[in-house]
Design a protein around this ligand. Structure first.
Ligand code: BES
Ligand code: ZN
Length: 694
C-alpha cells in the first residue's frame, strides 16, 4: 500500500519537477547518498553523472529513468534523492552535510518546569481540531492556487489576532522566487538574547492528484499548522516572554520540493542568523502506530536535538494528564522542511505522528480528510503541541531566567559522633540538629561589608566523646560559583576540642557586591576542602550579601562622599574624584593622586595626566582577533589585583586570566568564530570590550 502510494507520488513528483526544472536531455540535479549513486551508475551508466562526492553524499545529475530506478532501490522510502536547482546548489548541499558534521552541539537543559507544566495544561485539542477543519475547508492549498495564497493570508491574520496587544511580536508574509505562494513567519522577540533563534514550523500547502481543486491536506499538513498555532496561542495566553527569539513558520510549496522553507533557511544562513535549533511539525494527527510520537533519526537530523526531545518527553510526559510515549523512525530522505534547515547546517528535528510505515495512508490524495483520523478531536496532535511547548520554553527559556550556578557538593558521611550545632555571623544565628552531613541554609542571609572585620562563631556538638575538629569557612567572593579563588577561604582553624570556636576575617574591597554563598565545614581532625565528602563531620551553606563597606570604620575615609570619576564630565581644578579605589584631585596639569580609599592617610602625591576613559580601560589587539593569540592591556591599576574574564555571547564564563603584568598575551586557539566579551571589574564598575573572532 505504502509502496504503491509512494510510487504514485514519486512519479507525480518527478513529473512535476521535470516539468518545472527540466534540464537539457531531461536530466536534473540532485544529491543522494554515494552508495546509491555508485549502484545507480552500475545499473544505468548513461542516466546518472556523479559530479562530486563528499563524506558519503554525492552531487549528481540524473534522468527521470534513474530517479525511478533509485526509488526502487531505496524501497519503501520517498524518492531517495534530493532535488537540486543547479549544479552549484547540489555542490553546496554536500558541502553543508560536512559542515553539519562539524557543527558544535548546542547545550540543552531542562529547568523551566513551572512554566512548561503551566503551558502544557493549557493545550486545547478542540482548537487544533477546529483549525484543521478550517484549513481543510479551502478545498485545496496547492501552491499555484489562489486558495493557497488566501490560506496564508488568513493564517497571518489568525496569528495577529492571537498575539494582539504584544509589542514584542510581529507577523510577516514572505514572498518567494520559486513559487507564487507566500509563507508566513511570526516572531516573538527575545528579551535577553534576541539574536538567538528557536524556530518551529511546518508547511501549509497541500497536494493530491486533483491538486487545483481538491487537495484537503487535513493531516498533511493542516495538522502541523494547527499544532503550531495552538503552541503559539498557549504562549500568548501565558503571556510568556522568551529570553531568546522564537519564530513560528508556515511554509509555501513544500509538496513540490521544500521550496518555501529552502528559500527561508538559505536567507537565514546568508544573513548569518544564529538559529539554535529547528523543529518541524508535519503530520501530527494520524495515530497509526503503537507509540505516540516518533522522532525521526535520519542522518541529517541533529542527534543532540533528538535526544533533547526525548529527554523532554522523559521529563514531562511519563505520567499524569500529559502522559504519552515515543519511539524512533526514519524517512530515509529529505522528507520535509526540516531538511531545508539541516542543509544550511542548522540543528533540526522532526517528531512525527507514527512510524514511517504506520503513517497516514491517505496523504497526497483527495481522501486526506479529518473524518479519516483514527482518533477524535485532535487528541493525537495535542501531544505534539505539548512537545512543541516543552521545546520552545526550555530552549528559548523565560525572560531573565538564568541558569542557576551549581556549587560543588560537600558533606560529611557520618554525623552520629559530631555535627555543627550553631553558626553565628552578623544577623545569622542558626541552631541545627544532626540531619545528613550537609544542610542547605542558603535561605538565611546576612550582610557583610567590605573592608570590615566580621566574626564567625561555630559551635560543635559531640554526642559522646569530644573529638578534635578542624574548621573552614569559604565565601564565593567573586560570585563565580566556586570557592577556589584566592582569598575565598576566609577563615580556618586547625583541629581542636575547643567549643565554640570563633575567628575574624574581613571582606576585601575587590569582592563583588551582592548576594553570594558561604560554606561552613567542620571535619573530624582535619581542615576540609570546599568540595567532596569526608567521613565525620558536617557542611552547611549560607547566603551572605556583600555590601559597600567602611561605614563602621572609626577613621574617616578620605573618599567618603566623593563621587566616582565620570569620563564624560568636565572637571575644574580642585575637583575630587574616586577612581579605582583611589582619591584624585584635579590640578591645572592633570590629576593628583591623594591616597587610597578606606584610609585616612595620604600617600604619594604624584600627578597623572589623565584618568583613562571607561571604554579604554581594556585595550585588545588585534580586534577582530586573528591568528593564535591576542594581547590584552589594562590601562590602569586594576591589573594588579584583578582577573580578566572572557565570556561568550551567552554570558558563559570561558576563561579567567590573572594578569601578571599590565599587558599579557592570551592564547585563543580554542576559540571558535563568534562574539566574546572580555571584562574586568572593580567594586563600582565593570569594564567590558567586545571581541570578535572571525
Ligand atoms: N508530510 C510529507 C512527508 C512524509 C510523508 C513524512 C509520509 C513521513 C511520512 C511531506 O509533505 C511530503 O510529502 N514530502 C515529500 C518530499 C518533498 C521533497 C517533495 C515526499 O515525501 O514525497
Ligand atoms: Zn507534509
Amino acid at each position: 500500500m505504502k509502496n504503491k502510494y509512494l510510487l504514485i507520488c514519486m512519479a507525480f513528483l518527478c513529473l512535476n519537477l521535470s516539468k518545472t526544472y527540466a534540464q537539457k536531455n531531461d536530466m536534473f540535479y540532485g544529491t543522494i547518498e554515494t552508495e546509491y549513486a555508485v549502484r545507480l551508475k552500475k545499473l544505468a551508466p548513461n542516466d546518472i553523472k556523479i559530479i562530486s562526492s563528499l563524506n558519503g553524499y554525492s552531487a549528481v545529475k540524473l534522468s527521470d529513468k534513474a530517479a525511478e530506478k533509485l526509488h526502487h532501490m531505496v524501497l519503501t522510502h520517498g524518492p531517495g534523492f534530493i532535488f537540486e536547482k543547479s549544479e552549484a546548489q547540489a555542490l553546496n548541499t554536500i558541502r553543508n552535510h560536512q559542515a553539519r558534521r562539524q557543527q558544535k552541539t548546542a547545550s540543552y537543559s531542562i529547568s523551566e518546569d513551572q512554566l512548561v507544566n503551566q503551558g502544557i495544561a493549557l493545550v486545547n485539542n478542540a482548537n487544533i481540531d477546529t483549525h484543521i477543519r478550517e484549513l481543510e475547508a479551502y478545498g485545496t492549498r496547492y501552491h499555484t492556487t489562489q486558495k493557497a495564497r488566501q490560506s496564508v493570508l488568513d493564517l497571518k491574520q489568525k496569528w495577529e489576532t492571537i498575539s494582539s496587544g504584544r509589542t514584542d511580536v510581529s507577523v510577516k508574509i514572505v514572498e518567494h522566487q520559486s513559487t507564487s505562494m507566500p509563507s508566513v513567519v511570526m516572531t516573538i522577540q527575545g528579551q535577553d538574547l534576541p539574536n538567538e533563534y528557536v524556530i518551529i514550523g511546518g508547511h501549509i500547502d497541500s497536494v493530491s492528484p486533483e491538486r487545483e481543486t481538491n487537495a484537503p491536506g487535513a493531516d498533511d499538513n493542516a495538522s502541523g499548522i494547527a499544532t503550531i498555532t495552538e503552541v503559539a496561542r498557549v504562549l500568548f495566553q501565558m503571556n510568556f516572554k522568551p529570553k531568546r527569539t522564537i519564530e513560528f513558520m508556515a511554509y509555501a510549496a513544500e509538496e513540490v520540493g521544500l521550496r518555501g522553507s529552502r528559500e527561508i533557511a538559505e536567507d537565514y544562513k546568508n544573513r548569518n542568523v544564529n538559529v539554535l535549533s529547528y523543529v518541524q511539525f508535519d503530520m501530527t494527527n494520524y495515530k497509526g502506530s503503537q507509540k505516540d510520537v516518533y522522532i525521526s533519526d535520519d542522518s541529517y537530523n541533529s542527534t543532540a536535538l533528538n535526544s533533547f526531545l526525548a529527554s523532554l518527553m522523559d521529563h514531562y510526559n511519563t505520567s499524569g494528564d500529559h502522559k504519552f510515549t515515543y519511539d524512533y523512525t526514519r524517512c530515509n530522505y529529505g522528507c520535509s522542511d526540516h531538511y531545508s534547515w539541516a542543509q544550511q547546517g542548522y540543528p533540526a528535528a522532526f517528531p512525527f505522528e507514527a512510524s514511517f510505515n504506520g503513517s497516514n495512508p491517505y496523504i497526497h490524495t483527495t481522501r486526506d480528510t479529518s473524518d479519516r483520523f483514527p482518533t477524535a478531536n485532535a487528541i493525537h496532535a495535542a501531544k505534539f503541541a505539548k512537545l512543541g511547548l516543552e521545546y520552545l520554553i526550555e530552549v528559548a527559556k523565560s525572560k531573565g531566567s538564568v541558569t542557576t550556578p551549581s556549587y560543588c557538593t560537600s558533606k560529611g558521611n557520618n554525623v552520629s559522633d559530631e555535627y555543627i550545632q550553631n553558626v553565628t555571623i552578623g544577623s545569622i544565628n542558626n541552631n541545627s540538629s544532626a540531619q545528613t552531613g550537609y544542610q542547605d541554609f542558603t535561605s538565611q542571609n546576612t550582610e557583610l561589608k567590605q573592608n570590615t572585620s566580621h566574626t564567625i562563631s561555630i559551635t560543635p556538638k559531640w554526642t559522646g566523646r569530644s573529638y578534635k575538629e578542624g574548621y573552614a569557612v569559604w565565601i564565593d567572593l567573586n560570585q563565580d560559583s566556586d570557592f577556589e579563588d584566592a582569598g575565598e577561604l576566609v577563615w580556618s582553624k586547625a583541629a581542636s576540642t575547643e567549643s565554640p570556636v570563633s575567628g575574624s576575617f574581613s571582606i576585601p574591597s575587590t569582592a563583588k557586591l551582592g548576594k553570594t554563598r558561604m560554606r561552613v565545614s567542620m571535619q573530624y581532625n582535619k581542615i576540609s576542602s570546599p568540595c567532596g565528602s569526608f567521613n565525620y563531620g558536617e557542611v552547611e551553606d549560607y547566603s551572605v550579601t556583600i555590601a559597600e563597606g567602611g561605614g563602621t570604620d572609626p577613621d574617616p575615609d578620605i573618599c567618603a562622599g566623593v563621587p566616582q570619576y565620570n569620563a564624560n564630565q568636565n572637571y575644574q581644578t580642585g575637583d575630587r574624584v574616586v577612581y579605582f579605589n583611589t582619591l584624585y584631585e584635579r590640578t591645572s596639569s592633570g590629576w593628583r593622586r591623594i591616597g587610597t580609599c578606606g584610609t585616612t592617610r595620604t600617600n604619594s602625591l604624584d600627578v597623572v595626566p589623565t584618568l583613562v576613559n571607561n571604554n579604554e580601560v581594556i585595550l585588545v589587539s588585534p580586534n577582530p582577533l586573528k591568528g593564535k593569540v591576542f594581547s590584552v592591556q589594562v590601562q590602569n591599576e586594576l591589573w594588579k589585583h584583578k582577573k580578566v574574564t572572557i565570556y561568550n555571547a551567552n554570558g558563559k564564563l570561558l576563561h579567567t586570566i590573572s594578569m601578571k603584568n599590565n599587558k599579557q598575551t592570551i592564547d585563543i586557539t580554542d576559540f571558535s568564530s563568534g562574539i566574546y566579551f572580555i571584562s574586568l571589574s572593580n567594586t563600582s564598575n565593570t569594564y567590558t570590550q567586545q571581541l570578535i573572532k572571525e
